[in-house]
Design a protein around this ligand. Structure first.
Ligand code: EPU
Length: 306
């Protein structure tokens, strides 16, 4: 176990007022995860850059998260420095792009739900698909979060990225961003994002948001401790949730880890589930779905820690 007694760690902890041996269960929607050696919640870009630069110089490994809504952390936790970007937020700005569109600019720690409300208040259409998706705007972009009706790649205009080798911040336009299904390949840290949306009818936009939110609340266990959909949908054919449902796996459990009765693609923490419980359940679900349908379900949730 790495402690403050190890010099580089204590230097970093003191210089940036970091949390030491912080339980990650307090910082993830799954409410699971052992301790991070060091944990930082930077509040602006400059603080973030100085922290990353110093940690690199001290050779301390760095792991980055947003609000921890799509994350499963091991029971042994994470060695080195964990940086949570959810406090990285300042004013949300709105720029007139052309006669039909406007661009929203926000720091990466801003909640996606807040950006959605901002879009509605300014009669902007294009983010309705994101109704009810938890997490930060930066997290949503790096995961290319989406639903059946859209994904982040369709609205991102550009992102400002902190390069982890040069520690410079640079804006990267959408044409240079390599988005794929629930993923953005990016060698750096998103510090802010520009989202371009079309001008529309506010009442109509509101209605679509409401419809999508109602649909989500009716079909998903939104108030349970989970990390959202656990598996990616297969490229063709039925969705992961439907396959798991058809295999009769809803309600299957390992200790306090259970397949949701409401939606087959949600694994929920009923109280005291460990990461180990979730992983055992995940393997059982994958095995049975493969035996029944010859389809290998891939994990969507990001798994971190030792
Ligand atoms: N279905 C079942 N049983 C279930 C769950 C679903 O039969 O237990 C059926 C539904 O009746 C429907 C089909 O499967 O016919 C698809 O279900 P749903 O509309 O719930 O969509 P999904 O493909 O399971 C995707 C996203 C969700 C997003 C919804 C809503 C993925 C992996 N999942 O789910 O995203 O909220 O669409 O648009 O892409 C997430 O990424 O964390 C997430 C929850």
């Amino acid at each position: 176990m790495i402690k403050e007694t190890i010099k580089p760690y204590s230097i970093l902890a003191q210089e940036f007022d970091l949390l030491v041996d912080e339980p990650m269960a307090n910082h993830t929607s799954f409410k699971i995860g052992g301790t991070a050696d060091l944990l930082a919640l930077p509040e602006d870009k400059i603080q973030l850059r100085n922290l990353i630069k110093t940690a690199c110089e001290l050779d301390i490994p760095i792991t980055l998260f947003g609000r921890g809504t799509n994350l499963l952390i091991s029971d042994r936790g994470i060695r080195g420095l964990v940086v949570i970007t959810k406090q990285l937020k300042s004013k949300i700005e709105l720029i007139e792009a052309d006669s039909n569109t406007k661009t929203i600019i926000a720091d990466s720690g801003e909640r996606l739900s807040k950006i959605c409300r901002f879009a509605v208040n300014n009669s902007l259409t294009g983010l309705e698909f994101a109704a009810g998706i938890p997490g930060t705007i930066g997290g949503a972009i790096i995961m290319n979060a989406g639903t059946n009706s859209g994904e982040m790649s369709t609205v991102v205009q550009s992102i400002e990225v902190l390069n982890q080798d040069t520690f410079e911040m640079k804006t990267i336009g959408k044409n240079l961003l390599n988005f794929s299904y629930r993923h953005l390949n990016l060698p750096g840290i998103i510090v802010s994002a520009a989202i371009t949306l079309k001008k529309g009818n506010q009442e109509h936009i509101k209605q679509i948001f409401k419809h999508n939110l109602n649909r989500k609340n009716a079909s998903q266990p939104v108030s349970a401790a989970s990390a959202g959909c656990f598996f990616k949908n297969p490229a063709v054919g039925r969705s992961a949730g439907e396959l798991i449902d058809r295999a009769g796996l809803k309600g299957m459990s390992v200790n306090d880890a259970a397949v949701s009765e409401k939606h087959g693609n949600f694994i929920v923490n009923m109280g005291n589930a460990s990461c180990q419980d979730i992983l055992l359940l995940k393997h059982q679900v994958q095995k049975i779905v493969f035996e029944k349908f010859s389809i290998k379900l891939e994990t969507e949730v990001r798994i971190e820690g030792e």
